[in-house]
Design a protein around this ligand. Structure first.
Ligand code: CA2
Length: 153
């Protein structure tokens, strides 16, 4: 089985650490990439960490996950950011990708505005981690490693 986890990040997360630190913390996305990659390594996994501000690009990456070079991705961790609450296109791509999906959010979306309480992504996810800041990505990698272990056992 592939040892690659595709870690996808949606719009505006590239500016993380620069604004609204009370909500999103001071850690940059580059820092989170480092934490995620290191955590994946402890499980013998590789994190393919990406960010896009474009919905279509995220959809294309999800569509390509199974055929990702060299052996395809084993699972997807996704923080779709604002597209979480709006994108049927991302939901449809996740539903048809045939891979385990874990949804992650830095903030606790249920403590925030009502419009953030609904997630399209959740309908395709095995589980959701939110409210733990950057640590949520490490927790998501741990959870994915367990899912993949259970699959091969
Ligand atoms: O908590 C999360 O991880 C979110 O996915 C972040 C999204 C938000 O729309 C979701 O409701 C919850 C926003 C990402 C915006 O990123 C920023 C980066 C720096 C400063 C402000 C926002």
């Amino acid at each position: 089985m592939s040892r690659v986890i595709l870690v996808l990040n949606g719009p505006n997360l590239n500016t993380l650490g620069q604004r609204e630190p009370d909500i999103y913390g001071r850690t940059s996305l580059e820092d989170i990439k480092g934490l995620t990659t290191a955590r994946a390594k402890t499980h013998g996994l590789e994190a393919d960490f990406r960010q896009s501000n474009e919905e279509g690009e995220l959809v294309s990456w999800i569509q390509g996950a199974r055929t990702l070079s060299p052996g395809g991705a084993a699972g997807i961790v996704i923080n779709a950011a604002a597209y979480t609450h709006t994108s049927v296109a991302i939901l449809d791509a996740l539903l048809s990708c045939g891979l385990p999906v874990i949804e992650v959010h830095l903030s606790n979306i249920y403590k925030r505005e009502e419009f953030r309480h609904h997630s399209f992504v959740s309908k395709a996810a095995t589980g959701v981690i939110c409210g733990f800041g950057a640590q949520g990505y490490e927790l998501a990698v741990d959870a994915m490693a367990n899912l993949l272990k259970a699959k091969t056992a």
